[in-house]
Every structure is written in structure tokens, then in C-alpha cells.
Write a new protein. Structure first.
Length: 119
């Protein structure tokens, strides 16, 4: 959700609760959202193929039920993500981690020695 940090819940749901095909799902950068979307795509696909237990007349209701479960899981993830990222400590840790990811091994060793030389 990194690029979507400023989205409201409504904007987030508008973006991610739409029906997507496997290619569209695979392009979602946030692996958690991608996994949620793929999980429910798979459930809908299995329901569609399950002609023995789900009648055609009931398929729409089954899709609605699956989409509600997906929406709930996406809402839960959004809330959890926002809670984790509104804590100032988490923001600092994330910022430091991003900075370290761009460093070479030598730069990282120098940075750590400078920051933690009293240990």
C-alpha cells in the first residue's frame, strides 16, 4: 500500500474492490493486497466451476457473498496498515529501513558503526 498511503478508506475500496482478472491482480504492488485479491478471485473461479453444488441461479448470490468477504478482509488490512503507519516510531523505522536498503554494504557498515558505536 506504500503508494496509496494518502488514500481514504473509500478511495482504497473503490480502487481494490473492483473485479480484476489475474493479470490486473498480478500488477498490484502491495503483496498483501495482491494475495487477498488472488484468494478471492480463486474462490469465485472455483464457485463458477462448481456446477454440481452451486446452481446457476445461485451463482450471483455466491459471488456477492465472496465479494463481501473480500471487502471485509481489504478493510481490515487497510485499518491495520493505517494503524501501524500512524505511529511515529513505525514511520521512523520505515524511513531508516528504506534509507539502509539503498546503501552499499560498506555504507551500511559505516552507518551502523557510527550509530551504534557505544555497544
Amino acid at each position: 500500500m506504500k503508494g496509496d498511503d494518502k488514500m481514504t478508506l473509500e478511495e482504497y475500496l473503490e480502487k481494490y474492490t473492483v473485479n480484476m482478472n489475474q493479470n490486473e491482480i498480478s500488477e498490484i504492488s502491495d503483496s498483501n493486497i495482491r494475495n487477498i485479491k488472488m484468494k478471492y478471485w480463486d474462490k469465485k473461479h472455483k464457485a463458477f466451476l462448481n456446477e454440481r453444488e452451486i446452481k446457476d441461479t445461485e451463482l450471483g448470490n455466491e459471488f456477492d457473498r465472496i465479494e463481501e468477504l473480500e471487502k471485509k478482509e481489504l478493510e481490515d488490512y487497510y485499518s491495520e496498515y493505517k494503524m501501524r503507519h500512524t505511529n511515529p516510531k513505525h514511520a521512523i523505522v520505515e524511513q531508516e529501513t528504506e534509507m539502509m536498503e539503498d546503501m552499499t554494504e560498506g555504507q551500511l557498515a559505516e552507518y551502523l558503526a557510527e550509530k551504534f558505536n557505544d555497544y
